[in-house]
Design a protein around this ligand. Structure first.
Ligand SMILES: [Zn+2]
Length: 306
């Protein structure tokens, strides 16, 4: 199948679960949609003003998770893992219906989203995909946090670093080429927190749905989840998943190179706002077979979906 044309899912997919922060039960349905419609969220618990578009400028909160809202103040939160799965699988168009404000957290990673979308399969249209190509280096700092975006030839490269005084997490660095690498460790990596932060999160009204079933919890030198970690770099790999999902709020997939140290949803969003405020920073181009280098082809994706 061609990666040069837009795709949606073949048939509707149902998910059920709980919101990580709200603790609310939620049902989610992903439905096929037409070319050039993009990813669209719809709050079916509301009768009107219920469409929310995942766009860089619609992010109204980005601490702990990515929350988007429309002009009527209707919100959808914790969208980043689903957006990461849709990006990784090359889903350009889909309608995501929710019965509550928060996307279900599932197991804390994007693994269930990826698995069910792959099982359902993708429907290929004839409409060419569009890509955003970064033209210039832009960087942002916030204390010890740092993020930089730069141009690349044909890939989206993400290098991420985390530094924790907790010695089990410690310093982790990983780098991926999003279109070439096997991303199973990325989309299977779960969200995490330190045991001592749970009270703080709860006092902020967050993590009400959090449990060892949907987050890795680290207490001193121990992972409290009974099966331990899913991969050696699960912590930084989850941050890369978050980053991929947040980048998809650009509307299209991207050609560029991102380097981030200790950042997260907020810093990624600030960076993308900076990129899009000046048209010389980026180009959007429509891809035809002729103008796309063959190395763009995501081999692992072709293997798994073809
Ligand atoms: Zn996350």
């Amino acid at each position: 199948m061609s990666i040069l044309t837009q795709k949606t899912i073949k048939t509707p997919i149902h998910f059920g679960g709980v919101g990580l922060h709200s603790g609310k039960e939620v049902k989610m349905k992903i439905l096929p949609s037409e070319p050039n419609s993009g990813i669209v969220f719809k709050r079916i618990d509301l009768e009107k003003n219920n469409i929310v578009i995942p766009n860089v400028y619609n992010v109204n909160r980005a601490s702990f998770c990515t929350t988007i809202s429309n002009e009527h103040g209707v919100e959808v939160s914790t969208i980043e893992h689903l957006m990461g799965a849709l990006y990784i699988l090359g889903v350009d168009n889909a309608l995501v219906e929710l019965t509550s404000q928060e996307v279900p957290i599932m197991d804390g990673s994007a693994r269930d989203f990826v698995k069910l979308i792959l099982e359902t399969g993708l429907k290929v249209s004839k409409a060419p995909i569009k890509l955003i190509k970064i033209n210039k280096q832009i960087s942002l700092e916030d204390g010890s946090k740092f993020i930089k975006i730069d141009k690349s030839n044909v890939s989206l490269d993400i290098r991420f670093e985390i530094k924790y005084s907790n010695s089990l997490i410690g310093n982790q660095i990983n780098k991926v080429n999003v279109y070439e690498d096997d991303l199973s460790d990325i989309y299977s990596s779960r969200t995490y927190c330190l045991f001592e932060d749970i009270d703080k999160l709860k006092k902020l009204g967050l993590a009400k749905g959090g449990s060892l079933n949907n987050a890795v919890v680290v207490k001193d030198k121990e992972v409290l989840n009974k099966d331990g970690l899913r991969n050696k770099l699960e912590f930084v790999n989850h941050k890369i998943l978050d980053c991929i999902g947040d980048v998809y709020l650009s509307g299209y997939r991207m050609i560029g190179s991102i380097d981030c140290s200790q950042g997260g949803h907020s810093l990624t969003n600030q960076l993308l706002r900076e990129v899009f405020q000046d048209k010389s920073n980026f180009s959007v181009f429509e891809v035809s077979g002729k103008n796309l280098p063959t190395t763009f082809v995501n081999k692992s994706q072709l293997k798994s979906i073809a």
